[in-house]
Ligand binder design. Structure first.
Ligand code: 4NP
Length: 159
């Protein structure tokens, strides 16, 4: 059975495409590309159709991920039906998703960093108005949560 995972931030040009790229690499490396489908989206449509922010592309590239061909799109109502896991980067994204979701789909929505280990933070901070260091920290957090999410899905599959 295919599991579908959607990563969500505000613009879908910094954090959620990074999460998509990092998690896709983990999934591919583990031979799970046919079992886990991955997309990302923004709560806003401000950047719809755009490629990721060049700073996000560079930060990802420095760590061995290629996110350069991902294009931004806004979350749509059909996403709540289609995806099994809808993972918000921060609490503002989380509130938007919970407020917009049909009631019976709320349980699919949670903070992505619930799956991270070794960090106190529960939110991936918005790096848009900061410097390159912010983008590197975003990847630190996302890598940890991606590992945790993959382990969670593998454990569920064995159960
Ligand atoms: P993201 O970052 O939500 O991680 O993609 C942002 C991108 C754009 C804006 C804010 C955050 N913006 O205000 O345009």
């Amino acid at each position: 059975m295919t599991v579908k995972v959607l990563f969500v931030c505000l613009g879908n040009i910094c954090r959620s495409p990074t999460a998509e790229g990092v998690f896709r690499q983990r999934v591919d490396e583990n031979g799970l590309a046919d079992d886990i489908e991955i997309e990302s989206a923004g709560t806003s449509g401000y950047h719809a159709g755009e490629f990721p922010d060049t700073r996000a592309i560079s930060a990802a590239h420095r760590r061995g991920y290629d996110i350069s061909s991902i294009t931004s799109r806004q979350v749509s109502m059909s996403d709540y039906e289609e995806f099994d896991y809808i993972l918000a980067m921060d609490r503002s994204n989380l509130s938007y998703l919970i407020d917009s979701a049909p009631n019976h789909h709320e349980s699919k929505i949670q903070l992505f960093l619930e799956f991270a280990n070794g960090f106190r933070e529960k939110e991936v901070p918005d790096p848009y108005y900061g410097g390159d260091k912010g983008f590197d920290h975003v990847i630190d957090l996302i890598e940890s949560a991606a590992d945790g999410l993959l382990n969670h899905l593998l454990e569920k599959r064995e159960a």
